[in-house]
Write a protein that binds this ligand. Structure first.
Ligand code: AMP
Length: 270
């Protein structure tokens, strides 16, 4: 496993590498990341994993400061998986050129997290553009856990580059909670609440096709869950997974949620 600390290392290592798979991460690796990496190892000749906590996508400074950092453990996981390259850039390596045109989301895309986290996806698209530009992978592997991110990045990257973005399924723990680096920041009781809330939502979704007034049922469920788990739910919406618009039927749709526990913001889609 080659550790690439800057752009020189990167350019040298990737010279002549073809059929390259890329897994972008912010570190604190868990089984969700590992499944993406394994998919890349299966599907491509060489795999590069980046670990970069991109400050521009954090709309809250405290969230950036508190974001878990576990470089030593991450490197040992990546070595065990036998990935070919790990890219650990500094902000200077990534932001080494100025963008002529600012990235802006379309009005129709300003829903869910884009509505509540101002500037977040602009930061994500900017960093993904820079990473793909530097790495030129054949495939980029991304998780369905962050559905809206995947949707926006896939549209943006595939329009501009030859690289294809491959969606990978969400990995959950044995109590159905989607794995997330931010779960490390939850206390025991918050973790248990997040698990129960997720199970509740999975059951609710199963029965949703029988419901007549979807809008009302989802609104009522949001209130119910907020009270039951004493949690601040930012949004709970039924969304069409093909076009990411509010859905008025259950076919091809998923429930999207963002909520706060222990001041930690978690998201999921079911
Ligand atoms: P992050 O390090 O949180 O920026 O995530 C890096 C990549 O891993 C993104 O493409 C995420 O969607 C993906 N990912 C995070 N959690 C999971 C999970 N539980 N299952 C599958 N993929 C995930």
């Amino acid at each position: 496993m080659k550790i690439l600390l800057n752009n020189n290392d990167l350019n040298e290592a990737l010279n002549n590498v073809k059929n390259l798979g890329f897994v972008p991460t912010m570190g604190s690796l868990h089984k969700g990341h590992i499944s993406l990496i394994k998919e890349s190892l299966r599907k491509t000749n060489k795999t590069i994993v980046s670990i970069f906590i991109n400050h521009t996508q954090f709309n809250n400074k405290n969230d950036f400061t508190k974001y878990p950092r576990n470089k030593k453990k991450d490197l040992s996981i990546l070595k065990r998986l036998n990935v070919d390259f790990v890219y650990l850039p500094n902000a200077n390596d990534i932001y080494d050129y100025k963008r002529t045109k600012k990235i802006k989301l379309k009005k129709k895309d300003k829903i869910l997290c884009a509505k509540y986290r101002t500037g977040h996806f602009e930061g994500v698209l900017d960093v993904m553009d820079r990473l793909v530009n530097k790495i030129s992978p054949k495939y980029v592997f991304m998780g369905l856990k962050d559905f809206q991110q995947l949707f926006l990045v896939k549209n943006y990257i595939e329009k501009k580059y030859k690289s294809r973005v491959v969606p990978c399924k969400t990995i959950r723990n044995s109590n159905k909670l989607a794995l997330s680096s931010r779960n490390l920041l939850l206390g025991k009781s918050a973790l248990s609440k997040a698990e129960k809330l997720t199970q509740n939502l999975i059951n609710f979704k199963k029965n949703l096709s029988k419901v007549k007034d979807l809008k009302k049922a989802i609104y009522n469920q949001k209130i119910k869950l907020s009270k039951l788990f004493n949690v601040n739910i930012e949004y709970l919406e039924l969304i069409n997974e093909k076009n990411l618009k509010i859905a008025n039927k259950t076919k091809n749709s998923k429930l999207f949620i963002a909520f706060y526990l222990d001041k930690i913001r978690l998201i999921d889609n079911i």
